[in-house]
Design a protein around this ligand. Structure first.
Ligand code: UT7
Length: 328
């Protein structure tokens, strides 16, 4: 039994942090950020009392409303995030309680920017086995909580947001999650990480003084691997499923850098009209980028029954992968 997406939703905090705002606090420029990344602005969740669980809860509520079902019908909630409210309990458990999904079990999945694709494929397995009927898969991030706003090499890149989908069994095997190829390579660990706050370097005065509680990235190294990883997995998904560029309705890529997105589209032979892009408005929202794109296309009525979608991502770990999703 294939898992199909029966509903989608997104939630972005209202507060906008533009490149022009960043120019005022950093040695950077709108021109540099737009040329190197494609980002114009990003959203920031300013309320210190709210975090990723809040963003994901808003998404879950919308999905339930749109689908016209009650929270009690949900069997499983998976939240993909690298910015959980706390190391434990999981953000998924907080969402489960917030919406009172009393019959659901819930867990977080740590796959960084590929988290949503990992979670989508994981959720789809529970549908495929027939043991679960309704699985909420959400990618949510409060990336602003991981940023050092004096480090221009990272803080200009990331933003906050969440989005997700509801997975249910399809009527036949022709639609839904048709293929997935997912990869990991932990040798990339030092190029994109948050070194402090885990069991290796628990938070203490020293870790804070050394700013180890902030995201650190060697942008150039990650860029090189991301360009290759995203393009190769997109190519692999196309070949495995005998898809040509004409067959594909939308490429939905992770939104880390417009240049990486364009290189992936080029490798697939796709023109840019078929590529979902929101990095200009939201920056890199990590695990949330791909479901935000899906929710936007869905809201705009651009997804028809049978639309062929290729989802590809690359992120910390390294983690990367591709999914072939045929819209219900
Ligand atoms: O989502 C998870 C996966 N992440 C990615 O896929 C991100 C991949 N990496 C990238 O997207 C790019 O590497 C960045 C956007 C992070 C950086 O772009 P780049 O073209 O690779 O720039 P760079 O790191 O090579 O830096 C070029 C110059 C440097 O100055 P020097 O050493 O040439 O004098 C940087 O100090 O740009 C400087 N720079 C900045 N200048 C103005 C770095 N950040 C900024 C900034 N404003 N915000």
């Amino acid at each position: 039994m294939k898992a199909v997406v029966t509903s989608s939703a997104k939630f972005l905090p209202e507060s906008v942090l533009s490149n022009l705002d960043l120019e005022k606090i950093l040695d950077t420029s709108d021109e540099w950020i737009q040329t190197r990344t494609g980002i114009r602005e990003r959203r920031i969740l300013k309320d210190p009392e709210k975090a990723t669980a809040y963003l994901c809860t808003e998404v879950a509520r919308q999905i339930l409303d749109k689908r016209g079902i009650s929270a009690g019908e949900i069997d499983l909630i998976i939240v993909a995030t690298m910015s959980p409210d706390m190391l434990f309990p999981s953000t998924a458990c907080l969402v489960q309680d917030n919406i009172k999904a009393v019959n659901a079990w819930a867990f977080d999945l740590s796959g960084a920017c590929s988290g949503f694709l990992y979670a989508l494929n994981t959720g789809a397995q529970f549908i495929a086995t027939g043991t679960h009927k309704k699985v909420l898969v959400i990618g949510g991030e409060k990336m602003s909580a991981l940023m050092d706003y004096s480090d221009r090499t990272t803080c200009v890149l990331f933003g906050d947001g969440a989005a997700g989908v509801l997975l249910e069994p399809g009527e036949d095997d022709s639609h839904g999650m048709l293929d997935a190829r997912l990869y990991s390579d932990g040798s990339g660990r030092d190029n994109l990480c948050m070194p402090g706050g885990g069991s290796l370097r628990p938070t203490n005065h020293e870790t804070v003084d050394r700013k180890l509680h902030y995201l650190q990235q060697d942008g150039r190294q990650v860029f090189k691997s991301a360009v290759v990883g995203m393009a190769e997995v997109a190519d692999e998904i196309m070949q495995r499923n005998n898809l040509t560029a004409e067959d594909i309705d939308y490429l939905i890529p992770h939104q880390a850098n417009n240049r990486i997105i364009q290189a992936t589209a080029e490798r697939m032979g796709l023109n840019l009209e078929k590529v979902a892009v929101n990095i200009d408005r939201y920056g890199n929202t990590s695990a949330a980028t791909i479901p935000i794109c899906i929710a936007e296309l869905d809201e705009q009525g651009k997804l028809q029954s049978g639309s062929n979608l290729i989802l590809v991502s690359f992120g910390a770990g390294y983690t990367w992968g591709g999914v072939y999703l045929k819209w219900l």
